[in-house]
Ligand binder design. Structure first.
Ligand code: CA
Ligand code: CA
Ligand code: CA
Ligand code: CA
Length: 517
């Protein structure tokens, strides 16, 4: 059926060449359209294929219909057989619609009008959104978290609550209030349910509010900025504005843990390159309890910042929050994808995302408190403090599409989807025993929201954690001065530690592994 007009055309070509080589080509085929089809000057017509006589073609019919009604044939419309676009020439024709109505070969016709269509790219009226390069970097392609396509598919963190464990949360701000979760919030410094920060003259308690804005600042409210998961709820636990004890940390890590899905912690022990500290027994127990019992048994996701002691050669392996297997440890890269001066290196870093860099590079634009000299918006959020909340927001996006991901699934998906980037020749990427690229500077690589969410959609859950703790094995071996590497064989497996530690008398290693062997 579909090939018959083609066959008919072929016959005409043959005849043309045989019996009338000098005859005008345009007798049988439409002449080149002499005018563009301007708005309101074109008609789409559907011709009656049944009225094509033997030896003729739809194309030829379209040409003669166009002539009869005073239009030019601009050819078939796409792949729609029998549909042609007829256009008005330079001069206006008489009543085209009536002429087409009367034409026996025309089954249907419609004068074309301009249709209003908008691109499905996300636009926001938030005045600082254009400066949020970490969400859409128009200057340095690829140096953003690749989230806009996720939003275009209506994945914005809806149904997920991220809690910021910090110095408070100003939940009355225009960019926070609509997404604020009082149910997930608490004030452990004043022991009340309201985590509102205290402006106290000595300190800038704006930190928690800035982190919360990165996660879930309200979009399209003509105010400040947009969060990574602007459809998510954000809660605050105020715990850093006063003396902190092990029991307070333990309460914080499990506070409202069936409401709060993700805990964002942009703090840790002193980053002076000399401190080895982390959660004490109760804090440790609370982290473990959170991944076992929180989020209805799927496990809370604890996102922690890797630390800002890079310039003091601090290493996040010394930081017990970072080196805990229960935490997602996030480091920072600057706008060029490079490790900034402040970012720490370590083996326990899972991945990196964007934050501030050297002076000439842009920092993170986010909400701010409006107390003291705050305006409710800042373009100066910095450090690994600014990186971890972006990761927490990305985890919220993952959990929206797959609410039943376990805490281990989230870590595995990060490992699989983080991208190795070539920003730095000194990155020292290696391949680990499971075949993944890893760097002490960049973990498994750059977090990518698009890849995280798509992997989450199809992810098959990994098994529960299996762990084994060996008895203490004393080796009494010194770590050589160069290379600073200690290799030890245990149960037939070789383990190698290399470190930039300034060596003390002895080291106590605890080997923890997620694999069975
Ligand atoms: Ca309070
Ligand atoms: Ca906003
Ligand atoms: Ca540190
Ligand atoms: Ca960790």
């Amino acid at each position: 059926m579909a090939s018959s007009p083609q066959m008919c055309l072929s016959l005409y070509r043959l005849l043309l060449l045989t019996i009338s080589p000098l005859r005008s080509h345009s007798f049988f085929f439409p002449s080149q359209p002499s005018s563009p089809c301007g708005p309101g000057r074109s008609w789409a017509v559907r011709l009656d294929a049944g009225s094509v006589t033997a030896g003729c073609s739809l194309e030829r019919l379209a040409h003669s219909v166009a002539e009869e009604v005073g239009l030019e044939n601009h050819g078939q419309i796409g792949q729609l057989e029998g549909h042609y676009l007829l256009c008005q020439g330079v001069e206006d024709s008489a009543d085209v619609d009536s002429a087409l109505d009367r034409n026996p070969h025309v089954l249907w016709h419609s004068q074309e009008h301009i249709l209003r269509r908008s691109k499905r790219s996300v636009t926001f009226n938030d005045p600082k959104y254009p400066s949020q390069w970490h969400l859409h970097n128009d200057v340095k392609q690829g140096m953003d978290i690749n989230v806009t396509g996720v939003w275009e598919r209506n994945i914005t963190g809806v149904g997920i609550t991220v809690v910021v464990v910090d110095d408070g949360l100003q939940h009355t701000l225009a960019d926070i209030q609509p997404n604020y979760s009082p149910e997930g919030s608490y004030d452990l410094n004043s022991n009340d349910p309201d985590p509102m920060p205290h402006p106290d003259g000595h300190s800038d308690n704006h930190h928690g509010t800035r982190c919360a804005g990165e996660i879930a600042a309200v979009s399209n409210n003509r105010f400040c900025a947009v969060g990574v998961a602007y459809g998510a709820k954000v809660a605050g636990i105020r715990v850093l504005d006063g003396p902190l004890t092990d029991s307070m940390e333990a309460v914080a890590f499990n506070k409202h843990y069936q409401v709060n899905d993700v805990y964002s912690c942009s703090w840790g022990p002193d980053d002076d390159g000399r401190t080895v500290d982390g959660p004490h027994p109760l804090g440790k127990a609370a982290l473990q309890h959170g991944v076992i019992a929180g989020r209805r048994g799927f496990g809370n996701i604890f996102v922690v910042a890797s630390g800002n002691g890079g310039q003091y050669d601090d290493n996040c392996n010394y930081d017990g929050y970072a080196n805990s297997i229960y935490t997602v440890t996030i480091g920072a890269v600057d706008e060029n994808g490079k490790r900034p001066f402040y970012a720490e290196e370590c083996a326990s870093m899972l991945a990196v995302t964007f934050s501030s860099g050297s002076r000439q590079l842009r920092s993170i634009v986010t909400s701010d408190w409006s107390l003291q000299s705050g305006t409710g918006c800042t373009d100066g959020h910095t450090g690994t403090s600014a990186a971890a909340p972006l990761a927490a927001g990305m985890v919220a996006l993952m959990l929206q599409v797959r609410p039943c991901l376990s805490w281990r699934d989230v870590q595995h998906i990060i490992t699989y989807t983080a991208t190795q980037h070539d920003a730095d020749a000194q990155a020292d990427w290696g391949i680990n025993g499971a075949g993944f690229h890893h760097s002490y500077k960049y973990g498994f690589g750059l977090l990518n929201a698009w890849r995280l969410v798509n992997a989450a959609k199809v992810w098959e859950s990994v098994p529960f954690l299996v762990s084994y703790q060996s008895p203490i094995l004393k080796t009494n071996e010194g770590i050589p001065e160069y290379p600073k590497t200690l290799t030890h064989t245990w149960n037939g497996k070789r383990f190698r530690w290399s470190s930039t530690l300034k060596l003390n008398d002895w080291l106590h290693f605890i080997l923890r592994t997620n694999s069975c062997y």
